[in-house]
Write a new protein. Structure first.
Length: 203
């Protein structure tokens, strides 16, 4: 008795590819790259560039920030992926909350963040999040709060590497003598933000 074989058509390449992706995502999730999305939008202080990961906003910068390209390169290297214009569930939320902030209707942000930095930088940024709306701290006070009283310069450098402007309020840190000192977005923006929060700004 002769056996027989059922003749089947080969699977389409696209279907094989989809199955392979599903298999790899399940077995080796770390091998698959996830694209970082970015968007741009306008504000009273100029154009913002924002990037998001599946965890939250990882960049919120002024488009004319000198360090912007360096920051984008760091994000690409961190996630070993490209940054492409696209949609994220966090973009509408951060735009809404910034709009409320600029209109004096919001003092705290709740949009999820994905901070990218060294452990010390992230510690410094988390300390920035504790500075209340309308108040300021000196770099020395921030260093003391971090239990690193001799790390004033390191704290200033960490603040300067903050990639999530306004939401992580490095603009609230000033010199011990009350001077504005530096700000990646420009001192005129820092002055504007502090005046907004202290109710000195008039629209």
């Amino acid at each position: 008795m002769n056996g027989f074989m059922i003749q089947t058509d080969p699977l389409p390449i696209s279907q094989l590819y989809n199955w392979l992706i599903v298999y790899l995502r399940f077995m080796f999730p770390e091998l698959l790259k996830s694209t970082i999305c970015f968007t741009r939008f306008e504000s009273p202080l100029g154009t913002f560039i924002s990037c998001a990961t599946p965890k939250g906003i990882c960049l919120l910068e002024f488009s004319d920030r000198k360090m912007l390209q360096t920051e984008l390169k760091l994000i690409r290297k961190k996630f070993n992926t490209e940054i492409e214009e696209g949609e994220s569930e966090y973009f509408d939320l951060v735009k809404l909350q910034l709009d409320e902030y600029f209109n004096k209707k919001r003092k705290e942000f709740t949009v999820p963040l994905h901070m990218i930095g060294t452990p010390f930088q992230q510690k410094a940024w988390n300390e920035l999040l504790k500075i209340p709306y309308g108040q300021t701290r000196s770099y020395k006070a921030q260093a003391l709060a971090l239990n690193s009283p001799l790390a004033v310069r390191a704290v200033a450098n960490a603040n300067g590497m903050n990639m999530i402007a306004i939401v992580i309020p490095c603009h609230r840190v000033i010199g011990e003598d009350g001077s504005l000192t530096g700000y990646g977005g420009g001192l005129w923006r820092k002055k504007w933000l502090l005046e907004l929060e202290s109710n000195q700004l008039r629209f």
